[in-house]
Design a protein around this ligand. Structure first.
Ligand SMILES: Nc1nc2c(ncn2[C@@H]2O[C@H](COP(=O)(O)OP(=O)(O)OP(=O)(O)O)[C@@H](O)[C@H]2O)c(=O)[nH]1
Ligand SMILES: [Mg+2]
Length: 389
């Protein structure tokens, strides 16, 4: 899942890491130079008068320096304070100390430092099928996270890149969030949910998965065989109905889908059922007749939730189709199927932003339990490689 997305992000991480490394080495050089000067100065102060000239420092000799005794080492280890090992050791430990001081310092990331990493990030997002306006928004967000950020020089630069992108993705994905469970709980029953989308994207399978998901929460469910167009579609839904033990309201192939769904709602009312899940035929957004038919179904049945279903692997195409369906009849949310086979992740990131409507579920396989309620953290953990599906 999302293997290519992770791979593409490496370019951004590397660009940011090398920029921070560059700033660190500049800071170290600067600090090293200052500390070297101080080292020479302070050693010269401590050296006997004879060595002082060699160090070419004009500071006055300390009292007793001319006696030839070594003043540079504390007297707790007198056996080791020979003239031979004293000088290099004191200089070494001084540099060690200087180094640790450098590590206490911070570098500050400026806007001009981020040009290259941000370009790498935008490219990585675009190559992962993230829609352009969404990629730009993420880059803006990551940049504003990083500019002015003070970083301890010893900090893990890979983690900085990850964290800033993680935050940006979480902000973006949380924007249109809708809690499906809360929605169903609070809504007057029966809740009417209509599933629409192009052919073969997983509408019927998702209906069966959502039915099982709701049954696990003790809701009673009715299925409406609203795909009266494709041969075998009614039977396909009946197979799911049988395996889940659910009533399937159906008419003949070629019948009016709005009438089937209307009947299913009447059945639900008469039998105190909680939720009606209505299937529809797959249709291309370019098919004017079928799009007109969809508008009629929505007008007549007045669904509480109109859910657009598409497959994550379709990338930008899925996002574009969602946009066009939403323009034709305003959708209330999306389900992205086949996320298990999606290497890029772009549609999952973009679809809610582009439609302004939440992603409700992700399909992650072909069996009933392979449905995940959409949570921004869940997706980001998988996009960023911290968890497997
Ligand atoms: N790997 C994977 N396959 C899925 C997922 N969801 C659906 N599928 C498969 O996608 C294929 C099409 O699923 P359907 O549910 O028939 O799709 P549909 O949108 O109803 O198709 P039409 O009615 O022809 O428009 C089936 O083989 C499903 O098993 C998913 O999340 N992951
Ligand atoms: Mg179907």
């Amino acid at each position: 899942m999302f293997s290519r997305f992770k791979e593409k992000l490496n370019g951004f991480k590397e660009a940011l890491s090398s920029k921070i490394a560059e700033k660190v080495s500049q800071a170290e050089k600067l600090a090293g130079k200052k500390d070297d000067d101080k080292a020479i100065e302070s050693q010269a102060k401590a050296l006997p008068a004879a060595d002082k000239n060699a160090a070419q420092v004009k500071s006055p000799a300390p009292d007793g320096a001319s006696s030839g005794a070594s003043p540079t080492k504390p007297s707790v280890f007198p056996e080791k304070t020979t003239e031979a090992n004293n000088k290099p050791k004191s200089r070494f430990s001084f540099l060690e100390k200087a180094k640790s001081l450098i590590f206490e310092q911070e570098v500050i990331l400026e806007e001009k430092d981020l040009e290259e990493p941000m370009w790498a990030l935008e490219m990585a997002l675009m190559e992962s099928d993230v829609a352009l306006p969404v990629a730009e928004e993420i880059v803006r967000e990551v940049k504003s996270n990083l500019v002015g950020m003070k970083r301890k020089i010893g900090a893990d630069t890979g983690a900085i890149a990850e964290q800033s992108l993680r935050n940006a993705l979480l902000t973006l994905l949380s924007r249109n969030y809708l809690d499906f469970d809360e929605y169903i709980k609070s809504k007057e029953k029966p809740v009417k949910i209509l599933f629409v989308g192009v052919n073969g994207t997983g509408k019927t399978t998702s209906i069966a998965k959502v039915a099982r998901y709701l049954m696990n929460q003790s809701y009673s469910v009715v299925l409406a065989a609203g795909d009266t167009f494709r041969a075998g579609a009614i039977e396909q839904l009946e197979v799911h109905g049988n395996s889940l033990g659910l009533k399937v309201v159906k008419h003949k192939t070629g019948g009016d889908p709005a009438a089937v769904i209307f009947d299913a709602v009447e059945y639900a009312k008469a039998h105190n059922k909680d939720v009606v899940l209505a299937d529809t035929a797959g249709r291309l957004h370019t098919n004017i007749n079928l799009m007109d038919q969809m508008r009629k179904i929505v007008r007549v049945t007045k669904p509480d939730l109109l859910i657009f279903v598409d497959e994550a692997i379709a990338g930008n195409d899925a996002v574009e189709r969602a946009r066009l369906f939403n323009e034709s009849v305003p959708i209330d949310g999306s389900i992205l199927t086949k996320t298990d086979a999606d290497a890029k992740g772009g549609s999952a990131i973009s679809i809610a932003y582009i439609t302004g409507k939440p992603v409700l579920f992700l399909g992650i396989g072909q069996t009933y339990p392979d449905l995940v309620k959409f949570e921004p953290e869940w997706l980001v953990d998988r996009l960023m490689g911290e968890a497997e599906a």
